[in-house]
Ligand binder design. Structure first.
Ligand code: SF4
Length: 212
């Protein structure tokens, strides 16, 4: 095992223990392939499976794999949907069988920190779906809540703006400029300090970088 792997594993296992103390089900996987195997254990044919706006889940090709397993994929980012259909899919995600998402940041004390534009992703992470699965690359692990919000402002949100081709100032500066316009994607901030009490949530911490 090289030094990078060693440090990813020791950090990942530490944050898994912190998540468990916060009442989450949590496991450590050394790589994305192992994480996909763990996610697929929750998928059954015919199940309605929602996806949050998440680069991690798309990088792992989870929507395709879930579809291949015979489940129904609820993906509002599908290019085939118009605006009304996207809105319908977002609503269906709130009561789906399994909701799969990434997270913007995870503190070493096991707190999940996110920012949304619409809020559908954080809403589904909190309440509604029968099962929530959150996949987190080791690059998302930070020291504390301040570092989590720094990560969102300096890395996650500017990169998501670039991905979504939003005309916001962070696309030019590479860092948050706290814009005021209607195209802002940072509107709803959430911190899961402990597992939401009525939600069955599994957090899969992966010992390699995934998403941003
Ligand atoms: S608040 Fe505005 S400038 Fe800051 S990251 Fe979000 S969209 Fe970009």
């Amino acid at each position: 095992m090289d030094v990078y792997q060693w440090h990813n594993e020791i950090t990942g296992k530490r944050v898994v223990e912190a998540l468990k103390k916060n009442h989450f089900d949590a496991i450590y996987c050394p790589d994305g392939e192992t994480a996909v195997t763990e996610v697929m254990k929750f998928i059954t044919p015919g199940a309605k499976v929602g996806f949050g706006g998440s680069v991690t889940t798309r990088d792992l090709k989870l929507p395709e794999k879930v579809l291949k397993a015979g489940a129904i994929v609820l993906d509002h980012q599908s290019a085939e949907l118009d605006a009304d259909q996207k809105a319908q899919v977002r609503l269906q995600q709130l009561t789906c069988d399994v909701f799969i998402s990434g997270t913007n940041a995870l503190t070493i004390d096991g707190e999940l920190v996110n920012v949304d534009g619409t809020g559908n992703r954080v809403a589904a992470m909190i309440y509604g779906p029968k099962k929530v699965v959150i996949v987190v690359g080791i690059n998302k692990v930070v020291a504390d809540l301040d570092a989590a919000f720094d990560r969102i402002e300096q890395v996650a949100s500017p990169m998501n703006n670039k991905r979504l081709a939003r005309p916001n100032p962070c696309v030019k500066s590479g860092t948050c400029m706290d814009c005021e316009g209607g195209t802002r994607i940072c509107n709803v901030y959430s911190i899961l300090r402990k597992k939401p009490s009525s939600t069955d949530t599994t957090v899969i911490v992966v010992g390699e970088a995934l998403g941003y």
